[in-house]
Ligand binder design. Structure first.
Ligand code: GLY
Length: 342
């Protein structure tokens, strides 16, 4: 039987292993300064809602608010001008996960992810079929395009479809629109990074309730001008987020095409399970990716089951600090925290 957070906290304090704050639960922590999402998750907890309800409604708030244009409807259109959504929710008590990728025409992506978890034996549904599932579960289908996303799309078409995620195709994707055919494979260079703080981010949230129940969730509309069908890291358990009530939770934001190859959220949680403090766990997960992709854009948040938390990011031009939100039992209002990237 695993010790619960309060017992664990006493043990850690006695052994003075890591700096922990024993009065820090419940805890809500999320990527970026998406304060209304933090407040909504906290409100749900204070009203007696579960950690799953809190993470769903917290991320759901960002979907409604279209946080930074990178979460929810009307943001980052794909190559055809359509906005599609990725989301995931994870229950760290039961290790159940629900996820959707390339979800079309449905605004409430994280709630559909929860429906996948609760109304199917599957983990991950994608594309048109995920939308049909959502409609069957009572979600409303509607156009996710707005004037904003339409204008972003038109601007891209007028700029010869730049930036562009295609490679080794003809016509040359660095100066021409498709349709494309395969051509001789070219080596990618380090400069080929289109995903950055302006075209890309995600809400990732960890909620730990008073009893130490860890949950995690994500929601995003992915990479701007992505190839239709592209699914990023956010809905992939262990990549976009991970929750385990015996160890902690983590969530990632940034270039999902690169980050998902390293399962950084799973990596960080396993480090915390072994006793690594949250900040170091986040840093180590980022460092692993950086070893292969020094210029990748990305950041992480990490929290352990005693309410300790931390964050880390990879320093690249234009991104040297990462802001995130925290709300816990020691705070009277949500705190916007910041870390310097490594
Ligand atoms: N991190 C979100 C994405 O790459 O889609």
């Amino acid at each position: 039987m695993m010790p619960r957070p309060v017992q664990m906290c006493l043990v850690l304090l006695l052994l003075a292993l890591v700096p922990v704050s024993c009065a820090a639960l419940p805890l809500v922590i999320n990527t970026w300064p998406f304060k209304k999402a933090t407040e909504q998750a906290w409100r749900v907890l204070q009203a007696g809602g579960s950690a799953l309800d809190a993470v769903e409604q917290g991320c759901g708030q960002c979907e409604k608010d279209q946080c930074d244009g990178s979460v929810g409807y009307g943001g980052n259109p794909d190559e055809t001008g359509e906005t599609t959504l990725d989301a995931m929710i994870m229950n760290g008590d039961t290790m159940e996960v629900g996820a959707v990728g390339d979800l079309r025409r449905i605004k409430d992506a994280i709630s559909v992810a929860r429906a996948v978890m609760e109304h199917s034996k599957h983990t991950f549904l994608v594309g048109e079929s995920a939308s049909v599932f959502a409609e069957n579960m009572g979600f409303t289908a509607e156009d996710l395009t707005t004037n904003t996303s339409l204008n972003i799309y038109k601007k891209w078409l007028n700029a010869n479809c730049q930036p562009n995620y295609r490679q080794s195709v003809s016509p040359d994707p660095s100066n021409a629109c498709g349709p494309y055919k395969p051509s001789a494979r070219l080596q990618q260079t380090a400069g080929d990074q289109h995903i950055n703080i302006h075209t890309h981010d995600t809400i990732g949230m960890i909620v730990i309730n008073q009893k130490g129940h860890v949950t995690a969730g994500t929601s995003t509309n992915g990479a701007r001008h992505k190839i239709p069908g592209r699914v990023g890291d956010s809905p992939v358990a262990g990549a976009g987020a991970y929750a385990d009530s015996t160890a902690g939770g983590a969530a990632a934001t940034g270039d999902g095409d690169v980050m998902m190859r390293f399962l950084p959220s799973y990596h960080a949680v396993e480090l915390m399970r072994a006793g690594t403090d949250p900040t170091t766990a986040c840093k180590k997960a980022i460092t692993r990716i950086r070893k292969y992709f020094p210029q990748f854009f990305g950041a992480m948040i990490c929290a352990n089951i005693t309410g300790g938390y931390g964050a880390a990011c990879n320093k690249v031009p234009g991104f040297s600090q990462f802001n995130f939100m925290v709300y816990n039992a020691q705070l009277k209002s949500p705190l916007q925290a910041m870390v310097d990237c490594i």
